[in-house]
Write a protein that binds this ligand. Structure first.
Ligand code: ADP
Ligand code: MG
Length: 602
């Protein structure tokens, strides 16, 4: 990608001389800025408008440090002496700019990283307004809304190109780093990311700080290209242009960001020629002020309609040239989280209610190590609610969840995987923007594996669930049954001591279900884990489980061996809505025998 940027820059500079050079300098500076946006927005999914604030700060900081002392004395007579008269070389000033950007990122990131989605976007807008207001009000430092001049114009095409290449590399490395991968998992499905142990706030914070540092450097380059500027130059107009570039190209990829810069600048340059009015044959079209921005807006709307993920979608330029994900050949250093003890996962008098409805009502049972515990009950019985409570997604109203004697119900949701509990979701939650292998690798990364080890774990677990051949495919292209198996592989990659599967066979055909049962059967023994299995398919449950817990309307109805549960009249009644009555010969008849009852009795 960096080579492509170099070739393009060289070609245009040579073909169009000085004006070509100026254009490509701006192109490279824009690439830097948009990549700073991309590092945050592309990986977290939060559209930011705030990064031009970092650029403004970067521009002023580098200007204070580099400008000639003589000009500084007249332009900024009240600049404090510790800041005045440094006349540093630009590259040295860049280090200070980077530090300032990172520091500002650390401070502003504290509130912003707590938010996700649209509220985070609004917060970045607020951040932009705050920083702009401060810059405009700090007259002694910035000359307020008057032009700040005398900044050495050191950003030439070579300088800008060097930084653009550096930024391309940093953005790509970050995206494919373990941090970047976990951040993108958060972007695709925050709840699922949390369930494998990723802390979304920390991911967004890291991306915000890094991208803030990058944006500040981009701002310094921009300032030293302009030579004179005001705080307005780093306000809405610029932010909008960069967001448009990101949307047009596609913010999920570095390639998209660079392509977006090229395309939008092309549109701008083209329309600028027509802005002063033009003739079509005898017809004279008068001056249209702001034609380029209108064109860019239309291009953005068109792309949003035509290809919402941007022109490049998810395709990364030359992605296949370097280590593809399935080539994980590291060795697994960390042993499987062997059952540290034979402690059971205990649910103890758990109560969870939603405004008047008690979904889980005083339920107690154990999920034992090395065994399969089935959890059954009619729809709405509270099974999924119980799983959510056991993984701390829902706080309990009363009661406790513990491993042995260690309480875990006060943990934050992202700490549950670290405590040894992993789960799947009834409504499948995959990281749709990642490949199959990456989906699994994220879970290993979040639990202390390095990249090479995570790839190896991903390969192992995918082979275990029979998805080894699909490793490089996008996860959202999988068939329904395969998605469920992928979720199981992902849950296993956290090396759990307890695995909670919420209706893993739902939507599978009989062959798939049998196949899954075969794979799950030996799991508790070979991995030393306690398996809790929720399902509606009673044959599936009865064939696999050592114990079966029955819930009905939130209450525990039975907790026994499968054969005993099958014979329990109260279970049959609750499960089928029919009253089982004893025939004189001692066998059971149902007043309204439906297939479920038959299955249960079988
Ligand atoms: P099951 O998984 O056994 O089919 P659930 O645990 O999903 O049942 O639901 C149990 C009850 O709790 C249902 O009545 C459901 O409507 C309610 N419930 C579950 N989750 C929520 C929630 N987040 N907010 C409100 N009510 C909920
Ligand atoms: Mg459910």
């Amino acid at each position: 990608m960096a080579v492509a940027v170099c070739v393009l820059t060289a070609a245009v500079s040579l073909a169009f001389g000085l004006s070509g050079q100026r254009l490509m300098t701006l192109f490279c500076v824009n690439v830097c800025a948009v990549l700073a946006f991309q590092v945050f927005s592309g990986n977290t999914g939060v559209v930011s408008f705030g990064h031009t604030a970092f650029m403004g700060v970067g521009a002023y900081v580098s200007a204070w440090l580099t400008m000639p002392a003589a000009i500084q004395r007249t332009a900024l007579p009240n600049l404090p002496s510790w800041l005045a008269g440094h006349e540093l070389p630009f590259l040295l000033a860049i280090l200070a700019v980077l530090a300032a950007g990172l520091l500002l990122g650390m401070l502003s990131g504290m509130p912003i990283a707590r938010l996700g989605g649209a509220s985070a976007s609004i917060a970045t807008l607020g951040f932009l307004i705050i920083v702009y207001s401060i810059l405009a009000a700090s007259r002694d430092f910035t000359r307020g809304n008057q032009t700040f001049y005398g900044v050495p114009r050191v950003t030439d095409v070579v300088m800008a190109l060097s930084f653009a290449c550096l930024f391309v590399i940093v953005a790509r490395l970050f995206k494919d780093s373990s941090l970047g991968l976990m951040t993108r998992a958060t972007r695709d499905n925050e709840t699922a990311a949390v369930s494998v142990g990723v802390n979304p706030r920390r991911m967004r914070y890291a991306a915000w700080v890094l991208s803030g540092g990058m944006a500040a450097v981009a701002g310094a380059l921009y300032g030293h290209m302009l030579g004179a500027f005001t705080p307005k130059d780093f306000y809405f107009h610029l932010a909008f242009t960069y967001v448009a570039m990101l949307i047009v190209g596609g913010m999920n990829t570095v390639t998209g960001a660079v392509a977006g810069v090229g395309l939008v600048m092309f549109i701008q340059e083209l329309l600028r020629n027509f802005e002063r009015g033009f003739d079509i044959g005898p017809l004279h079209v008068p001056e249209i002020f702001g034609l380029p921005i209108v064109g860019v807006s239309l291009a953005m709307l068109f792309v949003l309609w035509w290809r919402p993920a941007g022109l490049m979608g998810r395709n990364e330029f030359a992605h296949g040239l370097f280590g593809r994900f399935d080539s994980g050949n590291g060795t697994v250093a960390s042993p499987r989280r062997a059952a540290a003890s034979s402690d059971a996962l205990r649910v103890d008098r758990a109560v969870k209610s939603f405004a008047g409805l008690t979904a889980v009502d005083d339920v107690s049972f154990d999920v034992e190590q090395g065994k399969v515990t089935g959890l059954i009950g009619p729809n709405g019985a509270g099974k999924s609610t119980l799983v959510n409570a056991m993984t701390c997604l829902y706080p309990l109203n009363s009661g406790r969840i513990a491993i042995g004697e260690t309480r875990i119900d006060a943990l934050a949701p992202h700490q549950v995987a670290g405590a040894g509990i992993s789960r799947t979701f009834q409504n499948i939650r995959l990281f749709s923007g990642l490949t199959v292998a990456e989906n699994v690798a994220v879970a290993a990364l979040a639990n202390g594996s390095g990249l090479a080890e995570a790839k190896t774990i991903a390969r192992e677990e995918l082979d275990f669930v029979g998805l080894g051949d699909a490793a490089e495919q996008p996860a959202d292209g999988l068939a329904y049954g395969a998605r469920r198996r992928l979720e199981i592989a992902r849950a296993l990659a956290t090396r759990p001591r307890y695995l909670l599967l919420d209706e893993p066979a739902a939507g599978m055909n009989p062959e798939e279900t049998a196949d899954l049962a075969g794979r799950l059967k030996g799991l508790p023994e070979t991995r030393g884990l306690g398996l809790m299995l929720i399902d509606h398919d009673l044959k599936f449950i009865m064939s696999l489980c050592d114990r079966v817990v029955v819930l009905n309307r939130g209450r525990l109805l039975a907790n026994d061996r499968p054969d005993a549960v099958q014979r329990d009249p109260s279970v049959i009644e609750a499960y089928t809505g029919t009253r089982a009555s004893r025939a004189p010969d001692g066998t059971r008849t149902e007043e309204n025998g439906n297939t479920t009852t038959e299955e249960l009795s079988r």
